[in-house]
Design a protein around this ligand. Structure first.
Ligand code: F6P
Length: 347
């Protein structure tokens, strides 16, 4: 019987997932495996929703955003008997191993299922870049590129109208996107979850913005990560369906709160934009395609050598694997040395 592996994408989508699906599929076929795509993350495994992946249906997808397999935030750990069902499903489908593309949530589930006996190899992906054990995740560089382009556009209109422009970017727990994009744009302030804002820090921000005007630079760009903590609080998107969601609360709106404060405390004309899901969609940049390709091939090699319970990672410019347990229930916050570089150009 032909050896068979499965592949699924879980959690929020990001550019580069299809490049990884293609890489896993084509490299696994070359090694003699059959490849089964599982729809909509863990949900598809529990509901037996699959498709055969082959050289034809994974051709021409390296530059396509999203995931051809679909995704969901369903976790077998939150379903009664879910872990058992997931392990049984893998057996029933005749899978020798499962490749799981996910962020911290999906990979933590994979790690726990691995301890229960699931033969799994993880691949880290999320625009947030907050997965432990790897320098970069698939999707991050594309999100940074999109956010940088948005900031560049905002700067020209900010200059014309002499305004303070705030851009809210994603980053539930971390300021990776905000800091990399802000640094690339030369932003005047970057607010991130790792550095909570209190009254004193707000005063510093107002004073910095006013000083710029006094110096004769009459516009400012402020990047705000959605998870920025203001006076010990984050801001959630108001949603009538929020109580029925088993998913984490949706963040969004902190930049509006800050924009109102800046306008009223400084008197400077202030406007707010939010990039939202635009930074998660569309064509992946070359770096994410290459990273996804490297990760996909490395994951197949790990399966070939039956090295399960591992996740592909990039450290320096080497693609390696690290134990999935390193990722479990942890978030990789921004390396503040990077922030200190961006900060040199504030104000
Ligand atoms: O994890 C990636 C991410 O884009 C976060 O930055 C954001 O908070 C979250 O997903 C949004 O999730 P959803 O797609 O469920 O609204």
């Amino acid at each position: 019987m032909q050896r068979k592996i499965g592949v699924l994408t879980g959690g929020g989508d990001c550019p580069g997932l299809n490049a990884a699906i293609r890489a896993v599929t084509k490299s696994a076929i070359q090694r003699g495996f059959e490849v089964l795509g599982i729809h909509d993350g863990w949900r598809g495994l529990l509901d037996n929703k699959t498709m055969t992946l082959d050289r034809v249906n994974t051709s021409g997808i390296i530059d396509r955003g999203g995931t051809i397999l679909g995704t969901s935030r369903v976790s077998p750990l939150k379903i009664e008997n879910g872990p058992r069902q997931a392990l049984d499903a893998v057996d029933k489908l005749g899978l020798e191993a499962l490749v799981v593309l996910g962020g911290e949530g999906t990979l933590s589930v994979a790690s726990k299922l691995s301890r229960m006996g699931l033969p799994v190899v993880g691949i880290p992906k999320t625009i947030d870049n907050d997965v432990m054990g790897t320098n970069f995740t698939i999707g991050f560089q594309t999100a940074v590129q999109i956010a940088t382009e948005a900031l560049d556009r905002l700067r020209s209109t900010a200059e014309s109208h002499h305004r303070v422009m705030l851009l809210e970017v994603m980053g539930r727990h971390t300021g990776w996107i905000a800091t990399f994009a802000g640094m690339a744009n030369g932003a005047d302030a970057i607010l991130i979850p790792e550095l909570p804002m209190d009254g004193a820090k707000l005063e510093e921000l107002y004073s910095m913005l006013l000083t710029r005007y006094r110096r004769g630079v009459n516009f400012s760009i402020v990047v705000v990560a959605e998870g920025t903590v203001l006076e010990d609080k984050t801001v959630e998107v108001p949603s009538p369906t929020i109580s029925t969601r088993s998913e984490p609360a949706r963040l969004g709106g902190i930049a509006n709160v800050l924009g109102d404060l800046i306008q009223s405390k400084t008197g400077l004309d202030t406007r707010v934009s939010s990039l939202g899901y635009i930074q998660r969609g569309g064509v992946p940049v070359a770096y994410d395609r290459s990273l996804a390709t490297g990760f996909g091939v490395r994951a197949t090699e790990a399966i070939e050598s039956k090295t399960y319970g591992e996740m592909t990672a990039i450290k320096g410019n080497r693609i390696i694997t690290v134990p999935l347990e390193e990722v479990e229930d942890k978030v990789r916050t921004l390396n503040l040395h990077i922030y200190r570089v961006a900060e040199v150009f504030f104000g």
